[in-house]
Design a protein around this ligand. Structure first.
Ligand code: DGT
Ligand code: CA
Ligand code: CA
Ligand code: ZN
Length: 579
């Protein structure tokens, strides 16, 4: 899912105004008008800039002449005079406070009136001093959650989603690769390690005509601004907002440079220490003998690791020193490969909130080389997602049977399973009866409400769901959205214990904003001998390709093929589920 930045910016501006007006004690209808307009713009499918250029702002619902003029001014100049004046009148820094998840306008106003809180720093100080829990209507839980949210907001900053940055980087890489003057090229940095968020794009190339490559790189259509241009290193800012660095190295140093610029920094530092211990020097140019300065390795990464007495370490696990320790002993796991998945275990269709038919999803999955898929439309009381009821499920079963029969007649080795995504309610019960669940091939259960329940309650809800004999998989267990919603609080070790006991599988949700379980959770699950599945949670056939993001998370969590149930052939996969 691509997020339109301009629409987002305008919506944020309008929400900031709404909040300032609320603090000023403006009339409620005026505040609501800004909020409604923000919602309209945020949900637009087109770019607001295009609508503005066509002079059609006023045709949008809830946007009258006055608002249209303000939006025009902002799009034209990047600023809005009215907003700047408002900010001078109201001392509360809503721009920064609004970045704290869960802190709504009502609470902001209350905190300002009661404790004179105007900034995130003042909020953090008050929370740490226990002043917020004393305010009526807020309490200790709110205070605790605010502290968590502040920490989250501080760490999210301006990093990009892996899925988003990877698409952009691969496009640039392919453009450069097609040049005859580029001999070798690779994406390095956190992207090559497939970290869940990316600070900037690092690309490494080998070429004998560096000048030509740099000239092409800095003149690409995607470039907004050239930050630095040299013969061996250039940096540009792309239209999407992220920075991309390109470095060019010689053939004899390509491996050492790739190793260095892939990182992580911690990994590099640890490798350098090993080199020193062995009487060598490691740099981005190669491995050298400390005394004679003779070059010992550098052309490939493999030979560099070998020279250091280590097994080759896959980029996804070059984070802390544990992979180096394992590589020393020669006991690194064989990570699951990017082609090892045989079927996708979570997707939605037109039967609930997806865009495509079951047949369209199946066709797209076959294109990806899969042997099976599981259709997991929403069921129960989830109103926004157009959930299926009991009758709907029976009807869908017939449709799936019909398609499977058709596939069999064509002798195609492809099976569609019927799954569902059922809600775990606030009391831990599921919002679909057992006699219905019994009929379904794979039951996914997940939390979609009550995100702010205390830790014990969330833990209990998930445990209760796992105790249901029909629940096979807990989907997106933490419910987090990267950069916008922190994960649920739970006792994960307790959950792992119960998962192993009940044979419940935990999902690695590969939707770009989710990646949930995360890498550290995957590693903990594997250590606890809990099985995992990868599901893309696709709402459109085009999203099935996100599976690679889920595989990346699995690899970062040291997963092997045997740990991931949908790397098994259909019948073996089914044997791993509860009966
Ligand atoms: P990012 O961009 O924040 O997502 O993370 P990285 O890992 O891509 O970091 P970046 O772009 O600053 O640098 C790329 C790689 O270069 C990094 O992974 C390791 C290497 N590197 C950068 N600075 C240092 C450093 O000060 N010391 C060492 N040993 N390596 C460094
Ligand atoms: Ca980087
Ligand atoms: Ca960089
Ligand atoms: Zn869901």
């Amino acid at each position: 899912m691509w997020i339109n930045m301009k629409n987002f910016e305008v919506a944020e501006l309008l929400r900031n105004i709404a909040q300032l007006l609320e603090i000023q004690g403006e009339l409620i209808f005026k505040i609501r008008a800004y909020e409604k307009a923000a919602l309209t713009i945020e949900n637009l499918e087109e770019d607001i800039t295009e609508i503005w250029k066509q002079n059609k702002l006023e045709e949008l619902p809830g946007i009258g002449k006055a608002l249209a003029e303000k939006i025009s001014e902002f799009l034209k100049t990047g600023k809005l005079d009215y907003y700047e004046k408002l900010k001078k009148q109201v001392p509360v820094k809503v721009e920064e406070l609004r970045k704290i998840p869960g802190l709504g306008p009502k609470t902001t106003l209350k905190l300002y009136k009661r404790l004179n809180i105007k900034t995130v720093n003042e909020l953090e100080k008050a929370a740490k001093e226990g002043k917020i829990q004393e305010i009526e209507g807020l309490g200790a839980t709110v205070e605790h959650n605010l502290l968590k949210s502040i920490e989250f907001a501080k760490s999210s900053g301006k990093r990009f989603l892996l899925g988003h940055a990877l698409d952009i980087a691969e496009e640039i890489k392919n453009k450069l690769k097609s040049l005859s003057c580029v001999d070798k090229i690779e994406i390095a940095g956190s992207l090559r390690r497939r970290k869940e968020t990316i600070g900037d794009i690092d690309i490494l190339a080998e070429s004998k005509k560096a000048e030509e490559v740099m000239s092409f790189f800095t003149k690409m259509n995607d470039v907004e601004e050239i930050l630095a241009k040299g013969n061996l290193k250039s940096s540009v800012r792309l239209k999407e907002g992220l920075q991309a660095d390109l470095r060019i190295v010689e053939e004899k140093s390509y491996g050492a440079a790739l190793l260095y610029f892939t990182g992580s920094k911690q990994h590099n530092i640890a490798l350098r220490k090993i080199a020193i211990k062995r009487g060598m020097k490691l740099s981005e140019y190669g491995i050298f003998d400390k005394k004679s300065d003779k070059m010992l390795a550098g052309k490939t990464e493999e030979e560099c690791y070998k020279k250091l007495g280590l097994q080759y370490i896959e980029p996804e696990i070059r984070e802390d020193e544990s992979s180096i320790e394992a590589a020393k002993k020669g006991i690194l796991p064989k990570l699951i490969g990017y082609k090892d998945i045989k079927g996708d275990l979570q997707m939605h269709t037109e039967w609930s909130d997806g865009n495509n038919t079951i047949e369209e999803m199946a066709a797209a999955a076959k294109q990806l080389g899969y042997e099976y898929i599981c259709i997991t439309d929403h069921t129960g009381q989830l109103k926004i997602a157009n959930a299926l009821d009991k009758e709907g499920i029976v009807k869908q079963r017939k449709e799936i049977d019909r398609i499977n029969e058709k596939l069999q007649k064509k002798l195609q080795n492809f099976t569609i399973l019927q799954g569902i995504e059922v809600n775990i309610k606030n009391n831990g019960a599921l919002d679909m009866k057992n006699d219905v669940l019994k009929q379904i091939d794979i039951v996914l259960a997940s939390i979609h409400s009550g995100f702010r329940n205390p830790k014990e309650k969330i833990t209990d809800r998930i445990i209760k769901a796992m105790e249901n004999e029909h629940v096979d998989i807990i989907a997106h267990p933490f419910g987090r959205l990267i950069n916008s919603r922190p994960g649920l609080e739970m006792d994960f070790y307790k959950i792992l214990e119960k998962a192993r006991e009940t044979k419940t599988v935990l999902e690695i949700n590969a939707y770009p904003e989710r990646l949930d379980l995360s890498d550290v959770h995957v590693r903990a699950a594997i250590n606890a001998k809990v099985k995992l599945s990868i599901g893309t949670d696709s709402h459109d056939a085009s999203q099935l390709r996100n599976c690679k993001l889920g595989i990346a998370v699995a690899r970062r969590g040291w997963a092997e093929k045997k740990d991931i149930i949908n790397s098994y052939a259909l019948n073996d996969m089914i044997k791993l589920l509860k009966l």
